[in-house]
Structures are given as structure tokens and as C-alpha cells.
Design a binder for this molecule. Structure first.
Ligand code: EPZ
Length: 419
């Protein structure tokens, strides 16, 4: 199994480019299934989850062409089957995003139930209930969602919980439904807005994106589109926390500061100097330790749960007592156990991690358990004394493009050990 080996203790200096957002590219690639023609999606990050999505679409008979810049042409006109098998869905839960588009465009979809994952049970009841309210006949049997419907009809949907992919699936399904759909308590994440913008470029009629009420007027057909996905706000935030922990000064290019305001405010609270431009963010941190902060995760525009683990790492080496409360997922603190092995003084009380920062963590062999937890262990390794070996880094490769290359470019002593 590949591992990352990190020698901690170096400040970070320089500039890196931010990649396209994984959580925008995934729904937008699924949305291409809705079109009567080919689409070209640009600025796709080179990640395992994208590869998995291309395998999934390719297995259905969807035409895929990728150029050297990871711009992907998706042509659904020769699709053979509307089927997402367990073998693929178990490796990437976001495969559920093909359910709405397949049902809306082809009247059928057989999609494996995504299992839970390390961070929680993660049911998809909101996706299924919403489609049923839109007239779909859905049986859940033998681990599969079997959905059939000649044509979905518009409905008024009130989401019990704010769900990002639940909102995305139902919004995509509603674009080709007969009549108007209203989605109340919709997710407001930038990736939801990016998807809505892409759908409207395809000829859909989505309004209210970015608010908690979406209104989608169904249309007869959608056209292929050329679309650039937005920058990855979580990759951006992860590198900013790295500098806030390790010290130094770094400029992140090809990003958008307005996508992560809650994170920037917390970094300034921690003592970082943050300056921004239209498509860049620069963060400086003198060598003293960051100040501990208090964080509560919440749906956008609140503090993102996908930045929670990274701030646990920051608090582990900060001066003072920090608290991080996870309100979105029920089991998203596995990184705490690994950080304790590196000498972090942190304990869990219910859904809150309380830490008293230490001046120095010690390097250790650690194990990644989920995408963002693994990134937080890399951050801890950057500031720990001695060597840190991060195992199971396939979690990292799902969401971070060339993480060791980008960090090495900033002066970190990090490299990937072959299998
Ligand atoms: C999306 O997951 C992201 N993934 C996650 O990013 C992110 O952590 C999450 O949103 C929250 O922001 C993608 O966009 C591909 P939810 P999603 O539905 O949509 C419960 C990463 O690190 N729920 O918003 O699956 C659920 O259990 C990943 O890139 C139901 O109960 O999350 C959770 O407690 C990790 N029933 C809460 O809602 C449902 O039908 C929010 O989940 C759906 C969700």
C-alpha cells in the first residue's frame, strides 16, 4: 500500500494553484447524462473519485473523451444501461448522483445503495423520498434502488435535513419533470450553485440557487454544454491551515476567497494574516504558534464539516484550549485517535473535541480513515518532530490532486513511498 513519509518542522513558502472542486465536478458529470448532446466539462481535478465516475459512466455506454488537461467530453447519446453496480458505488458514495439524471432522462435507474462510510451511516432516504414525491416508483431491494417513472412531475419538496447531494439529485431530476418543483430547506453550498449554473447553461430553468428555496421549472430537453467547474474551497482551506500550522507565507492561485469566508475568519482568529484578491488568497504566519479557536460545523454558509479535521490539527499545536464541534456527521473524529498517538492533548466529549495545544507533536506511523481525516494527519506530520508515516493514503488520493507535490513545492519534506 502506498504511504506518505513526512519529516516535520519546515515552514511553507511559495505559490501553488488550486484544482477544480471534486464536489462540483462529480454532480456536473452526472448532470451531463440529462443532455440530448455531448458536454465538455473543464477544470476537472485528477482524482480517484473522478476516475471512478468515468468508469461508472463508461460502463453505462456513455462516450467519454479526456484530454491531457483533464477536460472531459461526456456524450450520453449511445447509453446502453441505466445501472450503477455495487462494485463501483461501494468505492464512491457520490455515485448516487446518477440516480436523478437517469430517472429523469431515461425513465429508469438501478443504482446500488451506497453503504455507510467511516464518518457515518449516511442514508439516502431524502433522495428516494423526494423522487417518490415526484411520481417515481422506487423499490429498494437486494441492496439496490430500482426506480421507474415514465415522466417525473413537479412537486413541493421539504427536505427534513439539509443534504448537499440530496438537493443536487432532486434538482437535476426536476429539470426534466412536467411542471414546477420547489425544494425547501435546500443546501446552499457553492457546489450546488455551480451545478445550478451548469444546468441553466444546458437550458434548465433553476432559480434560487444559493438560497434555501430552489424553484425548478421542468423543460422538455437539455442541450450539451461547455462548463468549467469552480475551484475547490476545501483544498484551498486545507493548504491555508497547513501554513497557519507550519508558519511561513503562501499564495494560493486559481481560487475564490468568497467560497470559504467562514474558514478565513477562523484563520484570522488563529492569528494568521490573510489577504485576498479576485482569484487568490495569501496567508502569512510568523513562527509563533497559532491561537486555539472554537469551531462549530454547519451547512453552508456555516463552517464546513470538510474543514473540521484540519482545524483539529491546528488546535493540537495552538496556544490555548480549542474546541471543535461536529454537527453534521455522527462519527467524524477518527483523526483524534491518531493525533493522540502523535502526542496531541485532545479528548472527545460527545460531538466536541477539546484540545490543549502542545508546543510540538511527535512523528509516528498513523492511519488515514477518511478523506479529510487523512489530510489532517498530513498537516500534523508537517509540524511534528521527526518522521510521520501516513498509511492508507488512497483516502487522500480521492480528494487531493498531487498533495505531496504541491506541499513539496512549498518546501515541505514529504514524499510518496511506493507500494
Ligand atoms: C456532501 O456529502 C459532500 N460530498 C461531503 O464531502 C460533505 O461532507 C457533505 O456534503 C456535507 O457538506 C459530495 O458533495 C460528493 P449530506 P453528502 O447529504 O451530500 C444526512 C468530502 O469530504 N442525510 O449533505 O452525502 C447525512 O447522514 C465529502 O468531500 C440523511 O440523513 O452529505 C448527514 O448527517 C465527505 N439522509 C447530513 O444529512 C439523506 O438522504 C448531511 O449529509 C441524506 C443525508
Amino acid at each position: 500500500m502506498e504511504r506518505l513519509i513526512i519529516q516535520g518542522g519546515r515552514p511553507l513558502e511559495g505559490e501553488i494553484r488550486i484544482s477544480g472542486a471534486k464536489n462540483s465536478a462529480l454532480p456536473i458529470l452526472a448532470a451531463a447524462l440529462l443532455a440530448d448532446g455531448a458536454s465538455r466539462i473543464d477544470r476537472i481535478p485528477h482524482l480517484q473519485d473522478i476516475t471512478t465516475t468515468m468508469e461508472l459512466l463508461g460502463q453505462m455506454g456513455v462516450g467519454l473523451t479526456v484530454d491531457e488537461h483533464m477536460n472531459i467530453e461526456v456524450d450520453p447519446r449511445d447509453i446502453r444501461e441505466c445501472y450503477a453496480p455495487y462494485e463501483l458505488v461501494k468505492t464512491m458514495r457520490a455515485s448516487i448522483l446518477v440516480l436523478g439524471p437517469l430517472l429523469a432522462r431515461y425513465g429508469q435507474a438501478d443504482v446500488s445503495l451506497p453503504g455507510g462510510c467511516a464518518i457515518g451511516i449516511r442514508p439516502v432516504n431524502l433522495h428516494v423520498d423526494g423522487l417518490r414525491q415526484m411520481g417515481a416508483n422506487i423499490e429498494v431491494e437486494n441492496g439496490y434502488i430500482r426506480a421507474r417513472c415514465k415522466r417525473l412531475r413537479g412537486a413541493r419538496l421539504v427536505m427534513d435535513l439539509v443534504s448537499v447531494t440530496g438537493t443536487e439529485n432532486l434538482m437535476m431530476a426536476a429539470t426534466l419533470a412536467k411542471g414546477t418543483t420547489v425544494i425547501e430547506n435546500a443546501a446552499r453550498e457553492p457546489e450546488v450553485v455551480d451545478l445550478a449554473d451548469c444546468l441553466n447553461r444546458m437550458g434548465a430553468r433553476v432559480s434560487g440557487a444559493g438560497t434555501d428555496t430552489l424553484v425548478i421549472e421542468g423543460v422538455e430537453k437539455l442541450n450539451g454544454v461547455q462548463y468549467n467547474v469552480l475551484p475547490d474551497r476545501i483544498e484551498t482551506g486545507t493548504y491555508l491551515v497547513a501554513v497557519a500550522m507550519a508558519g511561513g507565507r503562501v499564495k494560493l492561485k486559481d481560487t475564490r476567497p468568497e467560497l470559504l469566508e467562514a474558514v478565513l475568519l477562523k484563520l484570522e482568529e488563529a492569528g494568521a494574516q490573510v489577504s485576498t484578491g479576485e482569484d487568490w488568497i495569501e496567508l502569512g504566519m510568523s513562527r509563533e504558534r497559532p491561537r486555539a479557536v472554537k469551531v462549530w460545523t454547519a451547512p453552508y454558509p456555516g463552517f464546513p464539516t470538510d474543514m473540521q479535521a484540519q482545524f483539529c490539527a491546528l488546535n493540537a499545536v495552538a496556544s490555548g484550549v480549542g474546541m471543535v464541534t461536529e454537527t453534521v456527521f455522527e462519527n467524524r473524529f477518527m483523526h483524534i485517535l491518531e493525533m493522540q498517538r502523535m502526542g496531541a492533548d485532545v479528548r472527545l466529549e460527545g460531538r466536541t473535541a477539546i484540545s490543549t495545544g502542545v508546543a510540538q507533536l511527535t512523528g509516528a506511523p498513523v492511519m488515514a480513515t477518511d478523506l479529510r481525516a487523512s489530510a489532517s494527519l498530513v498537516l500534523a506530520g508537517l509540524v511534528a518532530s521527526g518522521e510521520t508515516l501516513v498509511h492508507r493514503i488512497y483516502h487522500i488520493d480521492r480528494g487531493y490532486e498531487c498533495i505531496e507535490e504541491k506541499l513539496a513545492q512549498l518546501g515541505a519534506n514529504i514524499r510518496r513511498l511506493p507500494r
